[in-house]
Design a protein around this ligand. Structure first.
Ligand SMILES: [Mg+2]
Length: 247
């Protein structure tokens, strides 16, 4: 059970904008690199400086409970079967489906490589509510995930959204991350009440991955409804650049 998530619901009642993201993309594959492009301001006078990125794992870059970057050619059977069926009738649809199939083939893996290149060393960190938590026995999942991705997985005692002090402490202790202000951190994840809320509690930027890898579960859909309701009533996501200091 996510005790941190449950307790922080009360905070959300007081400050509902904490669950609103500063940017939204459909899937992990739609992330712009560098990530600062996701937060470009319309007035153009204030550039967002993203120096480090935190990635959620489940339903962000991986199938929930898998410890590797999603490999679409193993998953979407409908595209594989579509290619087989259409190959027997060569026409424009055959070409379109093959293109679609190969675009899926490269997507998540190549996006992950692009992020690693843009955010090397301590600048890229995986913070999951499964791998690296107290429920991950001997951190076996975190170790597997680090081997599969080449990216550090944060070991944390509190689940998201409550582990933001552990994240800030990690960045304070890794000078190569070049983080001097929490607004320089972007959190990428599929859940509004954990990933996005943590980013806002931390004074960082949030990129919400709306559709994820496997779609939305019941609780995620409830969160989405609240977000839509708030945006329709004119609420806006907090501006991390307006907040001062490292607490
Ligand atoms: Mg997730």
């Amino acid at each position: 059970m996510n005790i941190s998530g449950t307790l922080n619901i009360f905070r959300l009642i007081r400050e509902p904008t904490l669950c609103l993201p500063q940017a939204t993309v459909s899937t992990f594959n739609h992330l712009p690199v560098p990530l600062s492009q996701a937060f470009e301001k319309k007035d153009g006078d204030k550039k967002v400086d993203i120096r480090a990125v935190i990635l959620d794992k489940d339903n962000c870059f991986a199938v929930p409970h898998a410890n590797e970057v999603y490999e679409p050619y193993q998953q979407p059977k409908r595209y594989q079967s579509a290619v087989h069926v259409r190959l027997s009738v060569p026409n424009v649809y055959t070409i379109l489906h093959i293109q679609l199939f190969f675009s899926y083939l490269t997507t998540y893996q190549s996006k992950f490589r692009a992020l690693r290149a843009a955010y090397p060393g301590s600048k890229l960190l995986i913070v999951s509510n499964t791998a690296g938590t107290a429920g991950d026995k001997d951190y076996a999942e975190a170790t597997l995930l680090e081997k599969a991705t080449g990216v550090k997985v944060l070991r944390h005692s509190t689940k998201k959204p409550g582990c933001h002090p552990e994240i800030l402490s990690y960045f304070l202790n890794t000078p190569d991350s070049e983080i001097t202000h929490p607004s320089q951190i972007a959190v990428v994840g599929d859940r509004l009440f954990t990933d996005v809320m943590m980013a806002n509690m931390m004074g960082s930027h949030a990129v919400w991955v709306r559709d994820g890898v496997v779609g939305r579960g019941f609780f995620a859909r409830m969160e989405d409804r609240l977000q839509g309701w708030l945006f329709r009533r004119g609420y806006a996501a907090p501006d991390p650049t307006a907040q001062s200091q490292f607490e």
